[in-house]
Design a protein around this ligand. Structure first.
Ligand SMILES: *Cc1c(COP(=O)(O)O)cnc(C)c1O
Length: 362
């Protein structure tokens, strides 16, 4: 079978060695002659997986004392709700930066359960930039940001840290891709299926002493104290997604952690953005200073050659680069596990198209 270059936005590419190890554990985990899919989450072998996954998150992101690292279910979309229930008072206000479809879904929940204050929005330009220069009122319960906008290809480069307001971030599509300062945040959450593992678990990094401070009654499963008190084992955790996430974190650590991957990610992003900017047949859709290093959105400058381009990348074994319906064009998701060689293949097809087009015109 020929190689497929997987640019899918999510669920998305995993490291091949991680896939190989994960496959083996389905057949026979830790030489127990049992599958990881059929052992108790309370068994010593799985407890070791959970402990290792948590320890790796703490080590790789340099998580300070006083934060809990949790692997829960419900997707990042339940994180929208957990944000509100755990951090907003009954009559409180959630402040949101509206930078894309996921931000919008997050803030809609605040509108349902409390008061919403949209601090700034880039919806006027179909979310192709990150708003800057806004001021945050002091009377809000928290400020929610989406650090990387998966659909629109923008990323917050300067995190708007706040001295007196709790900062909460949906980092689903750029966690572990660059250095972050965990102590800037009250809570970080991220669905696993972009940069960590398969769909089915959501990572939470939450400051313990900020929990339980609101006047709300929080249903047990949505109360982060429940899970922090039980080390993500209040109920059955998503055993397999946590195992695969652990393997990904081991891979990341073994290669040099965040310092290494941040550098690689920059090289990868530069490679494709340089082509977009120098090739007259392509144009980026996001404002240059806000371009995402994870999701690269671009369009053809001449829609008439779409069939030509689509044929070229399909022949090259490229998969998953059709843009989201809200943006159109193309989206190359170049998460941590994407090798630079695959990006080079995509860039080569873009060059090939330019060559072909020039020949036609000459
Ligand atoms: C994919 C994504 C989500 C949705 O995650 P689910 O786990 O499917 O709920 C939320 N936010 C961002 C930024 C995403 O990229």
């Amino acid at each position: 079978m020929s190689k497929v270059h997987n640019f899918s936005a999510g669920p998305s590419i995993l490291n091949q060695e991680v896939i190989n190890q994960a496959s083996k554990a389905v057949a026979n985990f830790n030489n127990l002659n049992l599958s990881i899919l059929e052992i108790s989450h309370r068994s010593k072998d799985f407890v070791a997986v959970m402990d290792n996954a948590v320890a790796l998150v703490k080590e790789i992101l340099n998580v300070p004392e006083g934060y809990s690292v949790l692997f829960l279910q419900g997707g990042a979309s339940t994180g929208f709700l957990k944000t509100i229930l755990n951090f907003m008072n009954e009559n409180g206000t959630g402040a949101y930066l509206n930078t894309g479809a996921w931000s919008k879904k997050a803030l809609k929940e605040a509108e349902k359960l409390g008061k919403l204050n949209v601090i700034a929005s880039s919806e006027d330009k179909n979310f192709n930039y990150i708003p800057k220069g806004y001021t945050l009122p002091s009377d809000v319960d928290y400020f929610h940001i989406t650090t990387n906008n998966t659909i629109f290809g923008t990323q917050i480069k300067d995190i708007p840290t706040q001295d007196n307001t709790l900062l909460i971030a949906d980092m689903s599509s750029d966690i572990f891709s660059r250095k972050i300062n965990v102590s800037d945040y009250a809570m970080i959450y991220a669905g696993a299926q972009k940069n960590l593992g398969p769909a089915g678990t959501t990572l939470y990094i939450v400051k313990d002493d900020l929990l339980g401070k609101t006047d709300r009654t929080i249903p047990t499963m949505l109360d982060l104290r429940t899970h922090a008190a039980k080390g993500s084992m209040f109920n059955t955790p998503p055993v397999y997604p946590i195992y695969v996430s652990m393997l990904t974190l081991e891979w990341l650590k073994a290669n040099g952690g965040i310092e290494w991957i941040e550098k690689v990610n920059q090289e990868k992003a530069d490679l494709i953005y340089n082509e977009i900017d120098s090739n007259p047949l392509f144009e980026g859709t996001a404002a240059k200073e806000d371009r995402s290093n994870m999701n690269v959105t671009f369009v053809l400058t001449n829609e008439d050659i779409k069939e030509d381009f689509d044929a070229l990348w399909k022949t090259a074994g490229i998969s998953g680069i059709n843009g989201h319906r809200d943006v159109g064009g193309y989206r190359a998701s170049i998460y941590n596990a994407m090798p630079i060689e695959s990006i080079q293949v995509l860039v080569n097809t873009m060059k090939q198209l330019a060559n072909k087009y020039d020949l036609v015109n000459n």
